[in-house]
Design a protein around this ligand. Sequence first.
Ligand SMILES: Cc1cc2nc3c(=O)[nH]c(=O)nc-3n(C[C@H](O)[C@H](O)[C@H](O)COP(=O)(O)O)c2cc1C
Length: 196
Amino acid sequence: MIDQNSIDALFNSARTQNGWVDQPVTDPQLKQIYDLAKMAPTSANAQPARILFLRSQEAKERLRPALSPGNLAKTMAAPVVAIVGYDLNFHERLPQVFPHNPDMKKGFDGDANLAKRQIFAFRNGTLSGAYLIMAIRAIGLGAGPMSGFDNAAVDKEFFPDGTIKSNFLCNIGVGDPSKVMGRLPRLSFDEACKIL
Ligand SMILES: Cc1cc2nc3c(=O)[nH]c(=O)nc-3n(C[C@H](O)[C@H](O)[C@H](O)COP(=O)(O)O)c2cc1C
């Protein structure tokens, strides 16, 4: 088991960040975040998540029109915002990432399997987005995930060929503790779980 400090940093003391101190997020940190998140599991090791890290003012300006009003200021001020997306053509890479079973790709090929790919890519892309949040916390940064934005507008602007779809956004930086909101209640084990 990992030590209590690490557990607290990942779960108990970690908070969703809404403001940032003036400290950059470096390219090596973004790579480190991805290199941790990529090791966590996805179905058939398919890894359908695709991530765009926006750091330049120019890139963030392209995102601005799609942001909901409540997410605008904190996102424009964030050192980096990640667009966590998923690739509907993830199956093209199955021979690379699932090489011992060449038949796996066939089960996803063609337009007839598009709906199946959508479910698969959304499920596993969402998992990888969650792993990304935990990786951000693991390297000592703060994460601010957001679904308050216009997905269609983001897809048109950043993924115009239509094969990658946006899932959620995640601001990344060193969080400003004064901007953290009050902790909201969590469901207890008995409210959310059953042991059969
Ligand atoms: C997928 C996802 C989408 C979210 N969307 C938004 C959002 O659009 N705007 C916002 O202010 N917070 C958003 N949140 C933040 C949640 O409200 C927050 O993580 C939750 O209340 C727990 O807060 P805590 O980590 O500080 O306990 C989102 C969180 C997640 C995981």
